[in-house]
Design a protein around this ligand. Structure first.
Ligand SMILES: [Zn+2]
Length: 206
């Protein structure tokens, strides 16, 4: 068994009660396939105060592995995730470090849609150029019923959505395929990574 749970104590911010909850510290999707959906709807992280009913969220650290899809994500503040990440990379996994629940969900959704998260981050960097002047905290990959969007988030609320253009993805994938193959294994694929990658590899026709 890879899946691991542990009991943690937390103090309810609403009523001050000391609560004990059982939380996941390692999710193996091969062992517990239903956990993936529970992550996506955030119920896996929910902790309820038995006294006043307040809901809080466990923000990690959590390891998530899908042994069939060969993905491994380390969410939150692990004391030393590098050995685990490197070990999974050596086993052919795509391994990523993500800060929060929302980032873990995004990585899972991108993988479920068969996309390369590096190209998705490059798309966001390109979109940011187009949206110059618009202030937002995050641009999230957000598949809807039958359409895919990027959702702009500011102060934890949605500012609106812009369409995910498959043709743009395909074009960027084609253009940067070789560069990405030669990239060193990088586990933090986010906006910062994309800006650096873009600066290094994007050469507009002269
Ligand atoms: Zn309470």
């Amino acid at each position: 068994m890879f899946t691991r749970k542990e009991e943690i104590q937390w103090i309810c911010p609403q009523c001050g009660s000391t609560e004990t909850s059982e939380i996941y510290t390692y999710v193996s999707a091969a062992e517990e396939p239903r956990c993936t959906q529970k992550i996506l709807d955030t119920s896996l992280f929910r902790m309820k105060c038995r006294k006043c009913g307040r809901t809080e969220y466990n923000t990690g650290p959590l390891f998530y592995a899908d042994e069939n899809r060969k993905i491994f994500f380390a969410m939150g503040e692990h004391s030393d995730p590098e050995a685990m990440l490197a070990n999974h990379i050596s086993l052919g996994y795509t391994a990523r470090k993500v800060p929060e629940i929302v980032d873990l969900c995004e990585k899972i959704l991108i993988d479920q849609d068969g996309l390369d998260d590096r190209i998705v981050e490059i798309m966001k960097a390109a979109n940011a150029v187009i949206l110059k002047g618009q202030a937002y905290d995050q641009m999230l990959y957000a598949p809807d019923e039958d359409t895919v969007y990027f959702e702009l988030i500011k102060d934890a609320a949605s500012l609106g959505r812009i369409p995910f253009l498959q043709a743009m993805y395909d074009d960027l994938n084609e253009r940067f395929k070789e560069d990405l193959e030669n990239e060193a294994d990088e586990t933090e694929i986010n906006a910062e990574w994309a800006v650096h990658f873009f600066a290094e590899h994007y050469h507009p026709a002269e």
